[in-house]
Write a protein that binds this ligand. Structure first.
Ligand code: AMP
Ligand code: GLY
Length: 418
């Protein structure tokens, strides 16, 4: 079996590792990939979406796996082009990926199908947005488009809203687009991942990520400084409620609206006092949640994704470890505002049984790994219980070093009471 994974980060490194462990030992390719990914997957010789699909067709690729979201909504859409070329694709069509690409599309979808979410209104000008806020704080402002994780402002006070609206409407930092003014919700967050195949689905291991740069959830929002995953992260009754009120109606809604979906769908939820509510959909696995979840997935992930991309959900091909997994992200100096490249990384051989996924590294001409991005590495370890996984992951991360390294020591610890 020949598989191409699209993307270049830690999530794709983790997906590729999991695919490589499938019993059939698939032949793996990646686009665009990274130095670390090239050690387990061969690079595809392409320079964009069209040439990628042409290459896959010419090279008899059996399956394309969309790791990152951007290609799903570029041009005609990765999945749409794959379909035309007769290549099974694990990742949704352009029309369906609007659930992630447009917050307004997602909000209308949620409302139309009666799925619990925060109330919101869409505004096209600065004046209308200010009127919709109505002087009520806290409030949440969301730019209606892909903004690399920077398009959401949780505004506790008016000045924060003023600054964000200046970026959107005056500096036009994210390009043209409307803003959603959304009710402020409270409660712990949880990430739920469903593998959807048309009208059927399978829920993978729930996870939680740590989005802020600093310990105690202080400081700026990042792509994620770590994650914890376990079947036991939330009680079984709560997961059943989430399935009944959120996952099942979403899958039914996609069918009703004629939105084809074969791939992972990520439900970003807040467990509010009134019950779980959707704060966002992402049409892919989470990053860094994927790095925490994948080591818990057993069986034949490659066969599962291939069958799914062809329209058959085969839950019997995978199972989920009952234990816990903790992922500690190591970020470079300056992240998240900037990043620092060229810092030599030491200790990569010291991690023992832990897994190291590369997000932003480069193998330099001397054969030494160096930093090459904001989030650099994810160190992941498991255990029968959360404490064991936390201890193992942090101990493994202790061995890895580079200049200016940023790391949170409360990953897997903060927001737990036991
Ligand atoms: P998003 O990019 O939609 O995941 O939002 C980023 C973060 O903003 C989320 O992980 C939440 O922590 C926070 N957030 C988003 N929507 C809300 C909301 N309605 N109320 C409170 N916090 C929110
Ligand atoms: N961990 C958040 C995301 O993948 O969007």
């Amino acid at each position: 079996m020949k598989i191409v994974v699209v993307g270049k980060g830690g999530r794709e490194h983790a997906l590729l590792r999991a695919l490589s462990e499938s019993p059939e030992k698939p032949e793996l390719y990646c686009f665009p990939g990274s130095s670390a990914i090239f050690q387990i997957a061969s690079p595809v010789d392409a320079d964009g979406l069209e040439s990628l699909v042409a290459w896959m067709a010419a090279n008899a690729i059996d399956l394309c796996v969309a790791g990152e979201e951007s290609y799903l909504v570029k041009g005609e859409g990765l999945a749409n082009l794959c379909e035309k070329a007769g290549i099974p694709c694990w990742g949704p069509h352009l029309q369906s990926a609007q659930l992630e690409a447009s917050k307004e599309f997602a909000k209308l979808f949620l409302e139309r199908h009666g799925i619990p979410t925060a109330k919101a209104s869409a505004c096209e000008t600065l004046e209308k947005t200010v009127a919709a806020i109505g002087g009520k704080f806290p409030t949440v402002l969301k730019f209606d488009g892909l903004a690399a994780g920077k398009g959401v402002a949780v505004c506790m006070v008016e000045q924060e809203a003023t600054d964000f609206l200046d970026e959107v409407f005056v500096q036009k930092r994210f390009g043209p687009g409307r803003v959603l003014v959304e009710d402020f919700l409270t409660g712990p967050e949880v990430s739920i991942f469903a593998a959807i195949v048309d009208d059927r689905y399978l829920i993978f291991t729930p996870a939680r990520d740590y989005k802020r740069i600093g310990e105690g959830d202080a400081g700026a929002n990042t792509g994620g400084m770590g994650a914890v995953a376990s079947r036991k992260l939330i009680p079984a009754e709560l997961l059943a409620e989430i399935e009944k009120n959120i996952v099942a109606p979403t899958v039914a809604g996609l069918r009703k609206d004629g939105l084809p979906y074969r791939g992972f769908l990520y439900f970003g939820l807040m467990l509010t006092p009134e019950g779980p509510k959707v704060i966002e959909y992402n049409c892919r696995f989470g990053d860094p949640e994927c790095q925490a979840v994948m080591p818990l997935v057993k069986g034949d992930l490659a066969g599962f994704c291939l069958a799914g991309a062809k329209g058959e959900l085969k839950p019997e091909l995978v199972s989920f470890d009952e234990g816990w997994s903790v992922c500690v992200v190591l970020a470079s100096a300056g992240y998240p505002e900037s990043s620092h490249s060229g810092d030599r990384i030491s200790g990569l051989d010291s991690v023992g049984d832990a897994r190291v996924y590369h997000a932003g590294t480069l193998l330099n001409a001397d054969g030494v790994w160096e930093t090459n991005g904001g989030r650099v590495l994810a160190v992941v370890a498991g255990g029968e219980n959360r404490h064991a996984a936390v201890t193992a992951a942090h101990a493994a991360a202790d061995g890895v070093e580079f200049d200016g390294m940023q790391r949170r020591r409360d990953i897997g610890i903060l927001n737990f009471t036991d």
